[in-house]
Design a protein around this ligand. Structure first.
Ligand code: 13P
Ligand code: SF4
Length: 305
């Protein structure tokens, strides 16, 4: 089957089987085209909590599918490509953070949503890149332990000067690889372009940006801007999606290091195979994990409103 035929089959199957397809904006374009909802981690987690279908198929990475299951435990949730994990989420486990917490008993533990369900069970509140500043500002406690991303954490700390934020040494190996040299090169090649970056980039790179925000934040900024040229400092898919949305503007990739292999692992065939019962993985979490992890996601949704 070619791409168009496969997309038609997927649309038929999802209707027949009452499946809602969620796709993070970092996945391939042909998948985003057949998804019911696309967007950043925060938008997808809210969409997931409101979905009416009995089945949810996540095209993204494992922590996103787990978040759907936590928010909709009565639904059947599938991850289209079982090997799609997140290198950052896999950096810190529950046992390690439980030990770290003993050293910071008076701190509120703020977990980036890019964490495992198991780790979320011992955290107080979740954040996404688009909601982190607002949520941290709303937390009453001044003392915050922010995990796992020290770059997003440093960005939040700069925006929330009243808070005392303790960071650990975690982060996204994809975004954190982008260097000041990469930025200088891109700016030299495209002197009239605005630089838009994700806060998972290192502070030195963020400091050179015209705008810092989540994947949706970057997309909205570029679409609404009067400017015509943009260097995109996040996963390369975003530059491609923007080029389709705004054909009269030009979007440049900041660095070829910005390719997330986990987000690129899901193919249109994986989606088709999962819907046909030949692939994918059903996300199964025990009831206690769901109850405990849900508290910090509910707190994120409450403070994010
Ligand atoms: P967003 O929160 O912007 O969707 O980012 C998710 C992610 O994995 C970034 O690397
Ligand atoms: Fe995880 Fe980084 Fe990939 Fe986002 S880009 S899914 S944080 S490894």
């Amino acid at each position: 089957m070619n791409v168009a035929q496969l997309q038609t089959e997927i649309l038929k199957l999802k209707q027949e089987k009452d499946v809602c397809i969620l796709a993070h904006s970092y996945v391939a374009r042909e998948i985003c085209e057949i998804a019911d909802f696309t967007g950043d981690s925060y938008k997808l987690s809210v969409d997931a909590s409101r979905v009416k279908n009995q089945n949810i198929l996540m095209c993204g990475v494992r922590f996103m599918a787990e978040t759907c299951k936590i928010l909709s435990p009565e639904k059947t949730v599938y991850l289209a490509q079982p090997i799609a994990g997140c290198a950052m989420a896999d950096q810190m486990d529950r046992e390690t953070i439980a030990q770290v917490k003993e050293h910071y008993p008076d701190h509120t533990v703020v977990a980036y949503i890019n964490t495992t369900a198991s780790l979320k069970t011992i955290c107080d509140v979740c954040v996404t890149s688009s909601s982190a500043v607002q949520i941290v500002n709303k937390i009453e406690n001044k003392d915050i332990l922010f995990i796992p991303d020290c770059n997003l954490g440093a960005y939040v700390a700069a925006q929330c000067p009243d808070k005392n934020i303790k960071l650990l040494n975690g982060g996204c190996p994809i975004h954190a690889c982008v260097s000041v040299e990469d930025v200088k090169r891109a700016k030299q090649q495209h002197p009239d372009a605005l630089l838009l970056v994700h806060p998972e980039c290192v502070p030195e790179v963020c400091a050179m940006a015209d705008y810092i925000g989540s994947t949706s934040g970057i997309m909205n900024f570029a679409m609404q801007s009067d400017k015509k040229e943009f260097i995109i400092g996040t996963e390369i898919s975003i530059a491609e999606h923007l080029q389709y949305s705004c054909p009269d503007k030009d979007f440049y990739i900041l660095s070829l290091k910005l390719i997330c292999p986990n987000m690129k692992a899901t193919t249109l065939y994986d989606v088709y195979n999962c819907l046909s019962g030949k692939g994918g993985e059903e996300i199964l979490l025990d009831a206690q994990t769901i109850t405990d992890a849900k508290k910090c996601i509910d707190e994120m949704i409450r403070l994010g409103e």
